[in-house]
Write a protein that binds this ligand. Structure first.
Ligand SMILES: Nc1nc2c(c(=O)[nH]1)N[C@H]1C(S)=C(S)[C@@H](COP(=O)(O)OP(=O)(O)OC[C@H]3O[C@@H](n4cnc5c(N)ncnc54)[C@H](O)[C@@H]3O)O[C@H]1N2
Ligand code: MOO
Length: 399
């Protein structure tokens, strides 16, 4: 993939940068494959078709509370069967058992007569029911061995429930593995920072941001400011498909990301994006021995700018890797924008907004160094440089 350049130096227009990230994500594919316990598979992408290990329903079962009956009425009630109860009952015509929804019906059951339609005096039962009614037959929904979902499906809560109901304990899933490198000598991880020190505010955002793209953050490594430290942190290859670098993205004396990428022979695909906040962001691919190495996403050090950049490059990359971007194409709703905001002359503006009554309203406090606006917002509204009012695209902030 070649580097795309824009008219304004090497920085790309925002939309083109996002599309570049998506294209790269599609070409990378969904990342490493692992066999995960169900509890850990959420958000992954099925690596194989999901097949039914058992039929569904697994046995002939009552679909209503009432009476399993055989033949036409009247019937004699012989017993009571609750869900989960093991039994070897067989009904002959004229016989019935009282039965709970989900319980296995006796051999010979022709229908289930719901309580509401039944009249019972001691063991004598009358009522009308069509043959076959309210009995869920074994395999009528899904026969054993049937394919219920294709490989590539995103594992949602419903997929986990379905997999469990079809007797799976593990699922083979693809999930991009992502590691983070956080640079900045001034950063501290806990407590009240001393004068001149700053609490790391990007590290805590990363697990949720990566998960929103369907990836998993495997590690966060702090590196001191310095060319050598950054080069060795980047070169330290594991099985990750993406490396996120926080800070060191600008042009200051301690900003070594570009130099480190050059040193490592990386192909830089995006070198700056024409958006506010978040312009010093970067997308590159490290060279590998036989095939291309991991993708590098550079996020600016200012935390609000880092979040805007993550929504511009990191999430589109991960969502394209996991097939989410294509499935969701065309679903993006546009909203009218209230408040007093105007477009930037040359760059796309990303504005923190709350959405109420189908209208987006700026919340303020969304300067590059602040997360206060984003934390109170539902989304970032996208204002291209030619925006002159009218509905805007929203980038929803991960919940
Ligand atoms: N001459 C120029 N200076 C700057 C430019 C520019 O284009 N030309 N761009 C500005 C913009 S925009 C941003 S954003 C920052 C990006 O800086 P870096 O990515 O190089 O990051 P640092 O210089 O290390 O830090 C900037 C700022 O952010 C704070 N920071 C860094 N990491 C974290 C973190 N994990 N958590 C919280 N805060 C963090 C750091 O302390 C600095 O205050 O460059 C501008 N300058
Ligand atoms: O655009 Mo920087 O990334 O805003 O402070």
């Amino acid at each position: 993939m070649s580097t795309r350049t824009g008219r304004h130096g090497s920085a790309l227009p925002w939309e083109l940068a996002r599309e570049t990230a998506r294209d790269l994500g599609r070409s990378c594919g969904p990342g490493g494959r692992r066999r995960e316990p169900l509890a850990d598979a959420l958000g992954g992408v099925l690596a194989e078709d999901l097949r039914a290990r058992i039929a569904s329903p697994a046995y002939d079962a009552a679909a209503m509370d009432g009476y399993a009956v055989a033949g036409p009425g009247p019937w004699t009630v012989r017993a009571r069967v609750l869900a989960g109860e093991r039994h070897t009952l067989t009904l002959s015509p004229g016989e019935a058992v009282e039965i709970a929804t989900g319980a296995r019906v006796p051999e010979g059951t022709g229908a289930v007569l719901p309580y509401e339609r039944a009249e019972r005096h001691a063991d004598a039962l009358t009522g009308t029911v069509r043959p076959g009614r309210h009995v869920r037959r074994r395999g009528e929904e899904t026969p054993e061995g049937a394919t219920v979902l294709p490989a590539g499906t995103v594992v949602t809560p419903a997929v986990l429930g379905l997999a469990a109901s079809l007797a799976h304990d593990h699922l083979p899933v693809h999930r991009p593995r992502v590691r983070a490198v956080v640079s900045g000598d001034e950063l501290v991880r806990a407590g009240v920072p001393a004068p001149g020190a700053v609490r790391d505010a990007i590290g805590p955002m990363l697990p949720g941001l990566v998960a929103a793209g369907g990836g998993v953050l495997t590690s966060v490594r702090d590196v001191p400011d310095g060319f050598g430290a950054l080069v060795s942190a980047l070169a330290d290859t594991g099985d990750e498909s993406v490396v996120v670098v926080c800070g060191a993205s600008s042009k200051g004396p301690a900003d070594h990301l570009r130099g480190a990428l050059t040193e490592l022979g990386a192909a830089v695909l995006v070198d700056g994006v024409r958006c506010r906040p978040g312009h010093p962001q970067l997308l590159a691919r490290l060279a590998g021995e036989q095939r291309p190495g991991p993708v590098v996403v550079g996020l600016p050090g200012n935390p609000g700018a880092a979040l805007a950049a993550a929504l511009t490059l990191l999430l589109p990359l991960l969502r394209a890797m996991t097939g989410r971007a294509d499935r969701e194409a065309g679903r993006a709703a546009r909203y009218p924008l209230g408040g007093h905001v105007s477009a930037h002359e040359t760059d796309t503006r990303l504005v923190a907004v709350r959405v109420a009554e189908d209208r987006a309203c700026p919340v303020g406090h969304d300067r590059p160094a602040s997360l206060r606006g984003a934390a109170a917002a539902d989304a970032l509204a996208v204002l291209p440089p030619d925006w002159r009012g009218g509905d805007v695209e929203l980038l929803w902030l991960p919940g």
